[in-house]
Ligand binder design. Structure first.
Ligand code: ADP
Ligand code: ILO
Length: 346
């Protein structure tokens, strides 16, 4: 891609972290830089330039993007996660340290719980800068590792290419599979040669799933109906530890696990519940106030950038870097309890 020659302007109303942090000085410092994989500033910011409704607007093409373009990534990372460039990320994925009894044992509010982490292989570029050949290698390495899983985690890999369309649509509608054609990923170069090299692995019960070569090379997902957050966390912790024995994931002491989007750095964990809040959701300012207090994000039930349906929302931890895996989930648990308690008072 060609380097930019002047500071891009952002449409009125554009509120992305990119538009806030791409100042004249930062632009001048970065405009001629690129990583060893040839990833340049145009590629870092293209998604945010095209999609002016982006909340973040940047993607990394490789681990080196975070250092080469640190003048832009560091302030974005600090704004999103409240994590300073002098800090070190800490991890704790031990379920014994999680205190999370089911906040809704009678199943009145929580429909389902899902926790995912993103990972990328350390030897290869991230999806925005990867070649078609390298993407196939990534898929092969991951499938070999997945095929070694045993017991309840054992399952089958289904490549996207050749999948029956009705089956794909059903997997998406049932919240198991990623959507096709995401415009944010498209502009970031993450959809090149779609659907080649992409696919989904899942066990028979569809409680453990792995997305291959979507925004990140792996999205490992544990999910089940109801609000047993600890069971979901424990399953994911076991699965990730097993896969980590077979695959070398990209990480750094400072940023934790390396991901395509800076919002996913660190734990790369998004822990969510689908929750019905018919009364509280009629009072959005109060709903949003409680979510903000617990640093939770509110999404629609068909994922990011989707609308809610029938007063059911996707509630998840917003911060992923500078907090441990246990803390991400502890925050979700506390926030969900607070939301349920408020809903009961109406
Ligand atoms: P990500 O979790 O990777 O950030 P999305 O927000 O796009 O991605 O969500 C991916 C899919 O996971 C969507 O179909 C969404 O509805 C589903 N999902 C998220 N949280 C839950 C949940 N708690 N229960 C069931 N499905 C969920
Ligand atoms: N690039 C999009 C999405 C950012 C956060 N979400 C994900 C899936 N990485 C934006 O800036 O709104």
């Amino acid at each position: 891609m060609k380097n930019l020659n002047k500071l891009p302007t952002f449409a009125n109303g554009c509120d992305s972290l990119l538009s806030k942090h791409l100042t004249d000085t930062v632009f001048a410092e970065l405009k001629d830089k690129h990583t060893r994989n040839g990833f340049d500033l145009q590629q870092v910011i293209n998604s945010g330039l095209i999609n002016t409704d982006s909340s973040i607007g940047v993607y990394a093409g490789d681990k080196a993007s975070y250092s080469t373009f640190s003048a832009l990534f560091d302030p974005i990372i600090e704004s999103y996660h409240g994590f300073k460039k002098t800090e070190q990320h800490q991890s704790n994925f031990n379920p014994n340290d999680l205190d999370a009894p089911n906040p809704d044992p009678e199943n009145n509010y929580i429909i389902s719980t899902r926790i995912r982490v993103a990972r990328n292989l350390s030897a290869l570029p991230l999806g925005s800068a990867i070649s078609k050949r390298q993407r196939k290698i990534v898929e092969r390495l991951i499938v070999v590792a997945l095929n070694k899983l045993q017991g309840k985690l054992a399952g089958t890999y289904f490549p996207l290419q050749g999948m029956i369309e009705a089956e794909r649509v059903k997997l998406v509608a049932d919240h198991f599979l990623f959507k096709a054609g995401d415009r944010f990923l498209e502009a970031a170069g993450l959809n090149r040669e779609w659907p080649e090299g992409r696919g989904i692995f899942h066990n028979d019960e569809k409680t453990f799933l792995v997305w291959v070569n979507e925004e990140d090379q792996l999205r490992m997902i544990s999910m089940q109906m109801g609000g047993d957050i600890k069971a979901v966390f424990s399953r994911l912790s076991t699965a990730v530890a097993e896969l980590e024995t077979a695959l070398r994931f990209s990480k750094s002491d400072h940023l934790g696990y390396i991901t395509s989007c800076p919002s996913n750095l660190g734990t790369a964990m998004r822990a969510s519940v689908h929750i019905k809040l018919p009364r509280l959701s009629k009072n959005m300012p109060e709903f949003e106030k409680i979510a903000k207090q617990y640093q939770l994000q509110i999404r629609g039930i068909h994922g990011e950038h989707s609308e809610s349906q029938g007063s059911t929302y996707d509630i998840s931890n917003r911060r992923r870097l500078g907090v441990t895996e246990v803390e991400c989930v502890q925050v979700l648990h506390a926030g969900v309890l607070a939301l349920i308690n408020r809903e009961k008072l109406f």
